[in-house]
Design a protein. Structure first.
Length: 105
């Protein structure tokens, strides 16, 4: 029980640092943890509540209709550890009949 509380405390501190150093507009850092090999840090990212999806092609607001599998994105190394934000991108409908993959912003 104490280990779980300590892990949450460290994750919260890392998320606080990330929020102060690098904020993603429209996104929220959920939690952070070391990868299975302990050589990198994985940070779960989700869209901010109430934020609209944006098409990655035309950068216009669009309607989301599907969520893809979670991906690892490369990020700035932190204290010698590789950092990978984890995010499930959303498919949006750019215009009728033309689906495009776009992150929610």
């Amino acid at each position: 029980m104490v280990e779980i509380a300590a892990a949450r405390l460290h994750a919260m501190e890392l998320i606080t640092i990330l929020n102060r150093c690098h904020r993603f507009r429209g996104f929220v850092y959920q939690h952070a943890h070391f990868s299975a090999d302990k050589k990198s840090i994985e940070v779960a990212v989700r869209p901010r509540k109430g934020s609209a999806a944006v098409c990655s092609r035309c950068h216009q607001l669009a309607v989301g209709y599907d969520q893809l599998t979670e991906r690892r994105f490369e990020f700035i190394p932190f204290w010698g550890f590789l950092v990978f934000p984890l995010y499930s991108m959303v498919s949006v409908r750019e215009s009728p009949g033309q689906p495009a993959i776009s992150p929610c912003e």
